[in-house]
Design a protein around this ligand. Structure first.
Ligand SMILES: [Zn+2]
Length: 433
């Protein structure tokens, strides 16, 4: 079912709507946020200079450190009395970033998440288990309200405690799982360890987001749970979940572009790239009141697809994120994304799905080690088989990346499991001198 008419506007009507909203958004940001006023003044741009969508390129970018530097409320465009909710993103270093939602923002967010769920086929007949973290993280609450809007039943199980999670699934007859893909895979292992199979559950569809997800991971999740896997995308700075979502055709994620205007730029030069190019995704929030984002650099590498989808939606789609421009490792001059290694690992029987990449420097040369778990620990005693498997992984990674890596096979359950985003890369390279 298509939840909103905004998902089916023709291109011209969408562009007109976007332009009107963009002009209002720039004006609001300029008038209410000293940070934006200063940035725009420095760039010599006045809100009335935005006469076409192409004029957006005149606006300077906003980056994550801008949010940190103005912590906690420096980028809010609405007074605190109008803010009804805070969320924050988990920062690994220093202060997190804080975002605020007005009542209208909450309504917009709820509608966007309802579109996500209904595109995955969720209806009022479903029982949806939200295994995302609740709390300051946007994942749990965002999807919670969207599902409730559709009229489906929400099980706010939150992340972690996998045994209890599975108990609820069995006892309540949960039909929809909402989680990060790595947590879903972890859950499938706990399920197997408890002697349960997909047949013991009533799951039929999964809504996965919060981190990258390769086609191979999708295949594994679909096999293990016997479900249809759909992916969705969002980030706290823009609104949380609800930015883009797959329909049942799994052919790119539809962007809620009536609220979030996407651009693709060259991550090095900042130039806007022609339609269909691969590059870094940039979003401008068109309707957000609490904390508007003008040309926010997501660091995610993808491509936009403007052709209408087979599902009948006309809103632009983004391909699954290939990697992050700041996750992109440069190994001996080659650009490497963890997702490329993951794609190789997922297709090799006997290993995975948990892995880690360790990058070090030896004699001024980058060295990359891929650590991956065996599914059968007894293989560690069968030396020739171990050797054959190691060689196969090394060769396959070489054929994709053209670089030599060290492969280390580990006993099952050695790599630390995460209930949120999995930490895949450990970069131990220091500066050369
Ligand atoms: Zn579609």
């Amino acid at each position: 079912m298509i939840w909103s008419q905004a998902e089916q506007l023709d291109r011209n009507a969408m562009k007109q709507l976007q332009l009107t909203r963009l002009q209002q958004a720039v004006d609001r940001a300029y008038r209410n946020v000293p940070f934006y006023q200063k940035r725009l003044d420095e760039a010599g741009v006045r809100p009335e200079d935005i006469r076409s969508l192409a004029d957006i390129a005149r606006i300077p970018f906003t980056v994550k450190t801008d949010l940190r530097d103005t912590y906690p409320f420096g980028m809010f465009a609405a007074p605190l009395k109008d803010i009804v909710r805070f969320h924050s993103s988990s920062g690994t270093t220093g202060k997190p970033i804080v975002v605020g939602y007005t009542r209208n923002d909450m309504e917009m967010w709820t509608e966007c998440c309802a579109r996500v769920a209904s595109a995955a086929g969720v209806t009022e007949h479903d029982i949806c288990q939200v295994a995302f973290g609740y709390g300051m993280f946007t994942g749990g609450f965002g999807m919670h309200y969207g599902i409730e809007r559709i009229g489906a039943t929400v099980v706010p199980a939150a992340s972690g405690n996998s045994e209890r999670q599975l108990m609820f699934m069995r006892d309540f007859g949960t039909t929809v799982l909402i989680a990060t893909p790595s947590y879903a895979l972890h859950l499938s292992e706990v399920m197997a360890a408890e002697g349960l199979t997909a047949k013991d559950l009533k799951l039929r569809v999964g809504l996965f987001g919060g981190e990258g997800h390769t086609p191979e991971m999708r295949q594994l999740i679909e096999e293990r749970f016997g479900i249809k896997d759909t992916q969705n995308y969002g980030l706290t700075e823009i609104t949380g979940p609800g930015v883009s979502y797959e329909c049942l055709y799994n052919d790119g994620m539809h962007i809620n572009e009536d609220h979030f205007y996407p651009e693709i730029i060259d991550p090095k030069t900042g130039e806007v790239l022609p339609e269909g190019s691969e590059g870094e995704l940039v979003f401008t929030t068109l309707t957000k009141e609490g904390i508007p984002m003008l040309r926010y650099r997501t660091r995610d590498i993808t491509r936009l697809i403007y052709e209408p989808c087979r599902c009948g939606r006309t809103n632009v789609r983004m391909e699954l994120v290939k990697g992050r421009s700041d996750d992109m490792m440069v190994i001996r001059g080659t650009n490497v994304f963890p997702s490329q290694i993951e794609s190789v690992l997922m297709l090799i029987p006997g290993i995975g799905p948990h892995y880690q990449i360790v990058v070090t420097t030896e004699s001024f040369m980058d060295k990359m080690e891929v650590q991956v778990e065996l599914t059968d620990g007894s293989l560690l005693e069968r030396y020739s088989e171990l050797e054959r498997l190691t060689r196969e992984i090394r060769q396959k990674i070489h054929s994709v990346l053209q670089i030599d890596v060290k492969v280390t096979l580990l006993s099952p359950n050695t790599i630390e499991r995460s209930t949120g985003k999995a930490k895949r890369v450990i970069d131990l390279r220091g500066k050369a001198f």
